[in-house]
Design a binder for this molecule. Structure first.
Ligand SMILES: NC(=O)c1ccc[n+]([C@@H]2O[C@H](COP(=O)([O-])OP(=O)(O)OC[C@H]3O[C@@H](n4cnc5c(N)ncnc54)[C@H](OP(=O)(O)O)[C@@H]3O)[C@@H](O)[C@H]2O)c1
Length: 402
């Protein structure tokens, strides 16, 4: 038995895998790794939101049994793209959940945002090894997801590079001796920008991450540092430490992916090049270690590794996430939904960059019974929906005032 109920599963070979969100940034990296070693994997299902051409190409290349597109209007196009193959085709949100229910031993959860929640829960409930990139699911339904894993005997393998780093260096038998977890943050593209410049930032500038090549939503979250806020809550849920024992430090080179500090003064870190294939390879091989293609760290050419305090006056999302974690109840759900909707509004040029965190703060402040306990998935879903409505109203009123 491992920490948080993690236990070593049988090592099925070839490993039967499903990739939820296969056409995205994390999904494509996972497809790349599996495609390099096809005899080691049998692909049960691939799932995308809309990108039918990319999905069909992946399904052919990996000889998937099933390809699913979440948008039901894209069913005909997917069917056509896979005509003449034996690959099953399905479409719509229910088909996405059914894909997660199929018997793959290992499931990559790489759908972006709250939309990934139901499929992650289904994979967790049937006892799969869930490689979790989709942090929003855990933030919104942490207790439900962890209970599902514990009851089914499944495993949650953190794929976020920071949590994967901690998973690699945290010694479960010395859990009582942990002083704190240290999550590293790149600081994003606006690390050195003034508030006045950030107020004028365009989506293109916010999307230009200095170290990581990622999907649009997480790139904007990195620019506001809400990504680190979501990761703070994720770390608390995965490793069971309170907010005050999770520190965030800005490390612009993104070489140290995170650390565990022990009370004897030792700090254990995991290092690597900033390439998501490192944590994905770790999760894909777990509990063994397998070869990976990411570039090796070359210490002879590494320049200085530097560290600084995050600035929560320019990046209020960090404070909001800490407050949401301490408040508990509906707070993380409301924060996440408002942030997702506000990020979409910023990308559509309907609100400014600084409006994102301001709207999250307003919607959270106006929520009745923010700390009330969350009892069911339905409660999570209706709070998510209501927070999106309130965000839309807030976006409209800001657009009118500007
Ligand atoms: N990118 C990274 O380096 C990174 C690092 C750590 C953690 N993460 C986390 O991993 C998750 C994915 O991030 P990403 O950057 O890979 O995102 P992304 O590039 O935007 O990809 C998202 C994937 O989800 C699919 N999708 C979107 N809506 C869907 C729906 N309603 N149902 C089913 N599939 C849907 C997309 O399909 P289409 O292509 O058809 O739209 C795509 O395959 C996020 O939670 C993120 O926070 C990402």
């Amino acid at each position: 038995m491992d920490m948080n109920g993690w236990r070593a599963p049988s090592q099925e070979r070839p490993r039967h895998v499903t990739i939820l969100g296969s056409t995205g940034s994390v999904g494509q990296s996972t497809v790349d790794l599996i495609g390099r070693d096809p005899d080691c994997y049998c692909v049960e299902a691939l799932v995308a939101g809309n990108s039918v051409e990319a999905l069909a190409e992946q399904a052919r290349r990996l000889r998937a049994r099933l390809a699913v597109v979440a948008n039901p209007k894209r069913y005909g196009a997917l069917k056509e793209a896979l005509a003449g193959t034996a690959i099953e085709v399905a479409a719509g949100p229910a088909a996405v959940v059914e894909a997660a229910a199929r018997p793959a031993e290992w499931v990559m959860a790489a759908v972006v945002g709250f939309a990934g929640l139901e499929s992650v829960l289904v994979a967790a409930r049937r006892g799969a090894m869930v490689a979790l990139a989709n942090k929003e699911s855990l933030v919104c339904a942490g207790r439900l997801l962890i209970e599902a894993i514990e009851q089914s005997g499944g495993v949650l393998l953190p794929v976020d590079s920071e949590h994967n780093a901690i998973f690699q260096v945290l010694e479960p038998r010395h859990r009582h001796a942990i002083d704190r977890l240290i999550l590293t943050a790149s600081g994003g593209p606006f690390r050195r920008w003034s508030l006045a410049d950030m107020a004028e930032a365009t989506p293109e500038q916010a999307l230009a991450h200095p170290n990581w090549d990622m999907g649009a939503k997480i790139s904007i979250d990195s620019a506001t540092m809400m990504n680190k806020g979501l990761e703070l809550i994720e770390a608390h849920l995965l490793f069971g430490l309170p907010a005050e024992q999770v520190e965030i430090v800005v490390h612009p080179q993104s070489v140290i992916h995170s650390m565990v500090a022990y009370r004897d003064g030792s700090v254990l870190a995991q290092l690597g090049t900033p390439d998501m294939r490192v944590p994905i390879t770790h999760a894909l091989g777990w509990p063994s270690r397998i070869d990976g293609p990411a570039a090796r760290l070359d210490f002879a050419t590494l320049s200085a590794l530097t560290f600084e305090q995050p600035d929560s006056s320019r990046f209020p999302s960090l404070r909001l996430a800490r407050e949401a974690l301490v408040t508990g109840g509906f707070a993380p759900i409301v924060m996440n939904a408002t942030n997702e909707a506000a990020v979409a509004a910023f990308l559509a040029r309907r609100i400014g960059f600084l409006d994102i965190a301001a709207i999250v703060e307003d919607v959270m402040a106006g929520w009745e019974k923010l700390a009330a306990p969350v009892e069911s998935l339905q409660e999570v879903q209706s709070a998510d929906l209501e927070a999106r409505h309130r965000t839309e109203e807030a976006c409209q009123s800001r657009a009118l005032n500007n």
